[in-house]
Design a protein around this ligand. Structure first.
Ligand code: ACO
Length: 401
């Protein structure tokens, strides 16, 4: 009957905290969240100000280095990222082995893990130059790998990175351009993606970041640790929620079905949740959701997209926010409630939503790995358990069982 608390066992006293609702696994100077007030700061700066005034690469520099870059610092960082966008041709061929219908997240997990077979120089965690080159390679190559996964899924030839383009335009180009046909990235689309990436760049000890830290705490190759984080992000309770929101809106189909759907959500036996609602830490509006909601209207208007899903999402939000079930449990829209609608307006297919999240969150994963391995007090992460199995007993040989 123990939900959470102290556990006394023959071997010592432990805290029992399934889901780690009240356990801090580390100290960190990267991101601050106040879930009751709906505050999110990267290195002390409010996320809304960063989204308004900075590019995603400036934010990436801030998250990695602790300070916003000055002109030359940004230029150096930007050229280093552009320099590392290519992936080894042998790695490109890994995609051939996947079935045509492989989920892009499956390909991303596998191929990012395989980077560890290409870069042996980053296994020395103690050398800051090695840590930096790992960070730059990872941030530069993840869009190339994500775009290749998209191309594989659609059976189109891969497009090489165009390094004269900025980070998000390059990603859109690698996804949507085809050989021998001119393709111009829409600056509205690139800007919207850039803002979404800033909002997704880090979120302290979420499941995927904690996974990267846990894997990394063993001293494993850092690319393998990032692959572990990508696997954790995939689930619908975490990064997979943006995909799940769109699937849910498809299932509801029409505004007239919203009330019936909400009744199902409130019926505990149905197993149905309102995807894109609720958060472990935010018990108020997720500040990222507020910005994305506003962006969503702007982007749809600017791209002249008339998507009935937006109307449906707004109706769901309106009903949920005035409903006692949601009020009592402090369930508000999270970052993923609206992000899928923007991705859809940009022409990004549903199964690429979570890979997009992975591209942005790579910055946070890398920064947390660096923070962890730079700490001389780093120890392997090794939680304990409450044993509920059989008491000690004697083995009988098979003939006597
Ligand atoms: N719809 C309906 N009820 C919900 C929802 C939801 N989306 N989320 C939580 N609840 C209810 C639970 O049933 C529970 O009710 P009870 O107290 O009567 O048993 C109560 O609210 C608390 O929920 P928990 O599951 O204990 O909350 P937890 O902190 O463990 O889970 C989570 C957080 C996983 C995000 C949850 O709210 C959820 O499943 N949301 C939908 C999926 C989603 O949008 N995930 C994205 C999260 S943001 C991100 O990763 C980027």
């Amino acid at each position: 009957g123990l939900d959470v608390g102290k556990v006394y066992d023959k071997t010592g006293v432990f805290t029992y905290d399934p889901g780690f609702s009240s356990t801090c696994s580390t100290k960190s100077a990267i991101t601050y969240i106040d879930g009751d007030q709906g505050i999110l700061l990267y290195r002390g700066y409010p996320v809304a100000q960063l989204a308004e005034h900075c590019s995603f690469l400036e934010v990436a520099y801030l998250i990695l280095n602790g300070e916003l870059p000055k002109g030359q610092e940004l230029q150096n960082f930007d050229s280093s990222i552009r320099k590392h966008t290519m992936i080894n041709e042998n790695l490109n061929r890994f995609f051939e082995g996947f079935n045509y219908d492989a989920h892009p997240m499956a390909m991303l997990t596998g191929v990012v893990g395989s980077l560890s077979a290409f870069y042996h120089d980053t296994t020395n965690n103690k050398d800051p130059r090695h840590r930096e080159i790992f960070a730059h390679r990872m941030i530069a190559k993840i869009p190339t790998i994500a775009a290749a996964a998209y191309k594989k899924y659609y059976g189109q030839p891969f497009m090489y990175p165009q390094n004269h383009l900025d980070y998000c335009s390059n990603l859109l180009h690698m996804m949507f351009a085809v050989p021998a046909e001119p393709y111009h990235v829409n600056p509205i689309a690139a800007k919207a993606l850039d803002i979404l990436f800033t909002l997704h760049a880090d979120h302290e000890q979420n499941a995927s970041t904690s996974t990267v830290r846990m894997a990394g705490s063993t001293g494993t190759n850092p690319y393998a640790a990032i692959a572990a984080g990508i696997a954790a992000l995939w689930g619908p309770s975490h990064g997979g929620a943006n995909e799940a929101v769109l699937t849910m809106l498809d299932e509801i189909g029409d505004v007239k079905n919203v009330q019936g759907f909400m009744d199902k959500v409130k019926d505990k036996n149905s197993g149905v949740r309102l995807m894109g609602f609720g958060h472990r830490v935010y018990k108020n509006f997720d500040p990222r959701a507020t910005i994305i909601r506003e962006q969503c209207h702007k982007v749809l208007q600017a791209l002249k997209v008339d998507d009935p899903k937006l109307e449906l999402a707004m109706k769901l939000e309106e009903i949920a926010l005035s409903d006692d079930y949601f009020k009592a449990r402090k369930l508000y829209p999270n970052v993923d409630f609206y992000s899928g609608i923007i991705y859809k307006a940009l022409g990004i297919p549903v199964n690429m939503f979570t890979p997009m999240f992975a591209v942005a969150r790579t910055v946070g994963w890398v920064a947390h790995w660096i923070e962890m391995v730079s700490d001389p007090a780093m120890r392997i992460a090794r939680p304990r358990q409450v044993y509920t199995g059989a008491a000690e007993r004697t083995v009988s040989p098979i003939a006597q069982r």
